[in-house]
Ligand binder design. Structure first.
Ligand code: IP8
Length: 267
């Protein structure tokens, strides 16, 4: 029986895929992250990954987030958007299992329904049993059914915050493609200044200024992702944002060591 509060790791789609391409996985990074997750050896870890160049281009092209348009072909497009997420998920599962992490995939579209894009119903039965047996559940941003819209896109970040609040997570670790949050885009501005530590009040102040993603992102780039995390920070969950593309950052964050990145606390 596992009674520890969970750690929730979000692996950003921008870190594990090339978001300027389509269906372009960065398998070396996925593999190294799996190695770091194994090395961290956490009993109560929940992993959530993003869509990157798998989910986002399809979701954008087919207008999945806006909801069902009544055409039978739109349902096939919903199915395809969900399916490409399972393909990316499969690559991550391959790497985790290869590294002997007891990882089992849980598709959000099979246990969760939203209402106007917000989580309304979540059947936690399987997730809880997995946690009791110290499996590592792996979820992801997904195309999901929606009570009002027919279907929509659930971002991995909304899911992370939802799970963190529901299960009183000890912390959230976000592995992304930059070393934390910056005052401007570090990829285009060499003078970008990183935030080492932010309080909730400071986070709320900078959130509207945070940039859009490079490539297609139907869930709003870094600004949208941080907006989703704010309720978890409000609930007192510590958040660490670090670079997943650099070796050992995620391992260090998972094992409470100092990292290059941004630490966020309520006060
Ligand atoms: O990358 C979006 O998840 P995110 C998932 O966490 C899809 O925003 C299907 C676009």
């Amino acid at each position: 029986m596992n009674s520890e509060r969970p750690v929730i790791l979000k692996i950003g789609g921008s870190a594990i895929t090339d978001k300027t391409g389509e269906l372009a996985a960065k398998t070396e990074i996925i593999n190294r992250l799996a190695e770091e997750i194994k090395r961290a050896d956490l009993d109560n870890l929940i992993i959530v990954h993003g869509g990157g160049s798998f989910g986002h281009p399809r979701a954008e092209e087919y207008g999945i987030k806006k909801g069902y348009n009544g055409e039978p072909s739109h349902k096939v497009q919903f199915a395809e958007t969900h399916h490409v997420m399972t393909v990316l998920n499969g690559l991550i599962m391959d790497a985790l299992i290869w590294h002997e992490v007891p990882a089992v995939s849980i598709a959000p579209s099979s246990c969760l329904i939203t209402e106007n894009g917000r989580v309304k119903f979540f059947d936690e039965t399987v997730l809880k049993s997995m946690q009791k047996m110290a499996f590592t559940p792996v979820m992801y941003g997904d195309a999901v059914l929606d009570d009002k819209l027919g279907f929509t896109i659930l971002s991995g970040d909304q899911l992370v915050a939802y799970l963190a609040i529901k299960y009183k997570a000890s912390k959230i670790v976000i592995g992304t493609d930059t070393d934390g949050l910056f005052d401007c885009d570090p990829k285009t501005n060499p003078n970008a200044k990183s935030y080492k530590h932010l309080t909730l009040a400071e986070l709320k102040e900078i959130q509207p200024k945070l940039g859009k993603a490079a490539g297609t992102d139907v869930t709003g780039g870094m600004g949208g992702k941080i907006a989703e995390l704010i309720p978890a920070v409000e609930a007192g969950v510590h958040v660490t944002i670090t670079g997943a593309t650099k070796g050992l950052s995620v391992y260090r964050a998972l094992t409470d060591q100092s990292i290059l990145g941004t630490e966020i606390d309520k006060v």
